[in-house]
Design a protein around this ligand. Sequence first.
Ligand code: A3P
Length: 436
Amino acid sequence: MTIQRTEVERTVFAVVDELLEAIDSDYEAAVSADTWLIADGGFSSIDFVQMTVMIEEQLGSKIGFQDMLMQHGQYVDDLTVGQVVDFTVERLANPQAARPAAAAVVATPQVTGTGARITEEDVAAFSRLIKPRRVLPATGRKNKRAVFILSPPRSGSTLLRVMLAGNPALFAPPELHLLSYATMAERREDLSNDHSAHLLDGTVRALMQTQDWTGEQARAFIADCERDGMSTREFFGIIQTGLDDRLLVDKTPTYAFSEDILRQAEDCFEDALYIHLTRHPCGMIRSYEESNLTRMMPLMMKNSEFSMTALAEMIWLVSNRNILSFGQTVPAERWFSVSYEQVVSQPEPSMRRLCQFLGVDYHPDMINPYSDSKSRMTDGVDSASKMSGDLKFHLHSQIDPNAATRWQQFCSEDMLGAQTLDLVANLDSSPASVRL
Ligand code: A3P
């Protein structure tokens, strides 16, 4: 079936329109072929990624947009809507022109980290911005064993989750965002806003898979749980009941914002297993900046005086400190450390070691994360572009080892505060070393 230019135009224009609205762009003129996405529309790099995922979804075809975003080894500075249309039309006519994907995003051209280094006072001020959570007193029988992937955001946690989802002995849905709340109703109240509502979808997607429900059925069931005052622990139990012998894997990076939240896992689950996923702070900071993650952060953090670079570094530092401090209270046989750098550069040995730790057989599909998007739940509830987790996952088409060291083109460790460097040195002497 050939897709006509007019259909491509209609699709691209509609997607750009939808995104301009979603990001509250100041651009008021009608979108035309001459509209510049960054200069006029105010797109960030993650908006580009979202646009490409949405276009591919709506046209039902993999276009290979990484070649449009990266040209002659350089990221493009900006694109017009017309250029996106031309590229898409050309690719649909010549699909074989696509080359294997490399990680590609529109460049944020400046070099990261020209500001002052963060201090311990900054970290204390940042920690005060993190909202304390009300947790339920742990009573009654614990839920059966579950696995938690613990990491700051932008550490490759989506990729790791999807790799684990390729193992038939594991059930690894998108971010569940349950442990941070006492009840389902509190969770709804906290996440029901424009920037966070998509985070409510991980539980919907999980129930669709375990109960064979539509999104609508799963949403209606969750609404009942919220109305009935159900605890999040009981809800975890409902997901687990649908799994037979499979182990539930929950990857929700915001759990690491608070040690109180992490402790909930010990209080609510029988002998939970933990995977500490690390990444070099410069890689995480660069990734955070490129994804403009601050936009998704709670207002308190977004409106703070910290620069985006400083916020990213402190999220890396505070999350890893919380994880390591919590890890001191967990028996060594229930704790496993691995770095993003190891996962992408040595996928098979990393997955074999992980399987040994989890007590499940290795399965070759684990290192083929782009096969079968439905069973791996990378398709989102309504669309992949709304999947909670990393949208950039969709820009790659295989595990990309170069992604581990890409930050070195933009940043150096000189930008990091002394506390961050201390923690990197600490990790270096552990199995979670972030150096290759
Ligand atoms: P970059 O932004 O540096 O590219 P998280 O899921 O924890 O938010 O992590 C996001 C990071 O994982 C992004 O890093 C993203 O590109 C990377 N990632 C996603 N899929 C990948 C793949 N197939 N190979 C290598 N890295 C991948």
